[in-house]
Design a protein around this ligand. Structure first.
Ligand code: ADP
Length: 551
């Protein structure tokens, strides 16, 4: 811009200078022509005086170089001429200045002289003797004037050009300086040029708009971050070249990285082959899904392309931890298979016995035994179905009752009373120790806990064994502890006995009427009451299971 202003100023200055010189020359030419005419008139008058007094003697020894003097007779014959041979010259009577002088005494004209071959200025005066004296000078043309002044004009021109360059340089810098120093952060505070006001107002309006839009974007970004920060699912935003644009804490944790990976390639945080294939697929514009195992967890990965103007501009990668879901799915499948299997066995027995009875193939003395077996199997099925129903209710988060204060000691007492007959049959002694202790819980579930633990302690006991139930108050908890002197549980099974249908000894369990769901119900119910289960068991010595409820 500085250069442009500099060039423009120089051009304007030089143009003005040249036009001025030209106009000045015209004015000077006019002025000089006037001066020349006046001088010629004066000289003509002086020479006429000399000729009228001295006649032809005036011309003797006359040395004139600047002008031409011609003496013309009254009839137009040239009597004398300083430039040419007068005898050779034609009659001058018809010359314009002579004609005018013969009328008014003085005549002037200007024309191209064929004799001198240049433009001349003529002035003629009528002498008292009727002759004419004419003086002629060659007249300056504009060109001759300009040529004559070439040298001074050139000197002035050069000086002016240097001066113009100097001034233009300073002016252009001075004009541009305020523009360079414009405060674009606060455009309306600049007061240097009024002409810039519309532009500055527009910049100000645009800046306000940009600020508003940036704030909106920041707000959206904050909202997005707040949402994704709290999500347990991992979210990664990538551009089309698989560079990470954003990663939420869950995804960063999963890849064992942090927010510093933003700006890097996804390969720098995870080199999993399936993930790469998934992302390459998404980069081609296809939504894709895959399952991968990262560490000990299973993840479902969903990659969706973000398409703008028909091109993939980014990829959204969603990582869902499906370990629990998979486990639950598997448990459900196993549960269904187990339920079918568990129900099939008693049904087969019932069906077999009933068939034999209906075909009359059972001896009369055996009818009672068959009927008892049908009854026992039916009871087992009822127990199994009621356990299945209870566990399904717990699975669905429907515990079937309200929380209310329950005296655990009283509950244990009732349970032991219920089991007394069974215990007596098994020759197991029941004992209750401790004190009355209230716990807030769902009575049916508390009853399930106490019953299942005490029932197992009786079932898996030995002859002349003992079951001790203790209810004790501890700081912050109330614990129910069921100790038996039974067969105990080997270490390797201790973790798994709380799983559905898991039994250490399947045949023994069936023999004693177990469903394999008792401890599973205990675990679920305890969890619902935030209670903690502890198990201690030594094979052939006995088992102690305690459930501690928070108070
Ligand atoms: P079940 O209906 O078969 O008793 P449970 O879920 O109540 O099912 O128990 C699971 C398994 O844990 C039982 O089959 C048994 O092998 C073992 N078990 C439970 N309680 C005891 C205990 N007090 N002593 C020894 N083994 C036990």
């Amino acid at each position: 811009m500085t250069k442009r202003i500099f060039r423009s100023i120089c051009l304007v200055a030089i143009s003005i200078f040249l036009v001025s010189i030209f106009l000045l020359m015209i004015v000077l030419f006019d002025y000089f022509s006037d001066v020349q005419k006046r001088q010629l008139r004066t000289q003509t008058a002086l020479a006429a005086q000399g000729v009228s007094e001295n006649g032809s003697a005036y011309f003797e020894g006359l040395d004139v170089s600047d002008c031409r003097i011609t003496w013309i007779a009254a009839d137009g014959t040239v009597l004398f001429d300083t430039s040419s041979d007068s005898s050779q010259m034609e009659n001058h009577l018809k010359r314009e200045e002579i004609q005018e002088a013969s009328v008014s005494g003085m005549g002037e004209s200007s024309r191209y002289s064929v004799t001198l071959m240049e433009r001349s200025l003529y002035c003629a005066k009528l002498l008292p003797d009727g002759t004419f004296l004419r003086l002629a000078v060659s007249q300056n043309t504009l060109l001759t004037l300009i040529l004559g002044m070439t040298q001074p004009i050139l000197v002035i021109f050069l000086a002016s050009v240097v001066f113009a360059f100097f001034l233009a340089s300073r002016l252009s810098k001075r004009i541009v300086k305020p523009l360079n120093e414009l405060n674009l952060e606060e455009p309306l505070k600049n007061e240097e040029y009024d002409e810039l006001s519309p532009l500055l107002r527009r910049i100000d309006a645009q800046q306000r708009q940009i600020r508003r839009q940036s704030e909106e974007l920041r707000q959206k970004q904050r909202e997005f971050e707040t949402v994704t920060q709290e999500m347990s699912e991992g979210i990664v935003l990538l551009n089309a070249h698989l560079t990470i644009l954003s990663i939420n804490p869950a995804a960063a944790r999963l890849f064992g990285t942090d927010a510093t990976c933003v700006g890097g390639h996804i390969l720098s945080v995870c080199r999993n082959q399936e993930l790469q294939e998934l992302l390459n697929d998404a980069a081609k514009g296809n939504s894709a899904e895959t399952h991968v195992t990262l560490g000990e967890e299973k993840y479902q990965l969903n990659a969706g392309p973000v398409i703008a103007h028909g091109e993939v501009s980014g990829i959204v990668l969603l990582l869902l931890n499906v370990t629990q879901k998979d486990k639950a799915e598997q448990l459900r499948r196993e549960f269904s298979a187990n339920v079918s299997h568990e129900l099939k066995t008693p049904l087969h027995t019932i069906s077999g016995c009933a068939e034999l009875l209906s075909d009359g193939l059972v001896k009369p003395e055996d009818v009672a035994r068959f009927s008892t077996q049908i009854y026992a199997e039916a009871q087992r099925m009822i127990a199994l179905i009621s356990d299945i129903l209870r566990i399904s209710e717990l699975d669905e988060g429907n515990p079937g009752g309200k929380h209310e204060p329950v005296d655990l000691y009283e509950l244990a007492k009732e349970t032991l009373a219920d089991l007394s007959e069974k215990a007596a049959k098994a020759e197991v002694t029941l004992e209750l120790t401790g004190e009355s202790a209230y716990v807030t819980g769902i009575p049916q579930l508390m009853q399930s806990i106490v019953h299942n633990l005490c029932d197992n302690a009786v079932k898996y006991n030995r002859r002349h064994g003992r079951v001790t139930v203790d209810v004790s108050k501890n700081p912050g908890t109330v614990c129910l502890t069921v100790t038996d002197t039974g067969i105990g549980i080997p270490k390797m099974h201790q973790e798994r006995i709380f799983e559905r249908f898991y039994r250490v000894d399947k045949s023994r369990s069936k023999e004693v009427g177990g469903t394999g769901l008792g401890l599973s119900i205990v675990k679920h119910a305890a969890k619902l009451h935030n209670a903690e289960i502890r198990l201690q068991s030594v094979p052939e010595e006995g088992t102690t299971i305690s459930v501690c409820f928070p108070v």
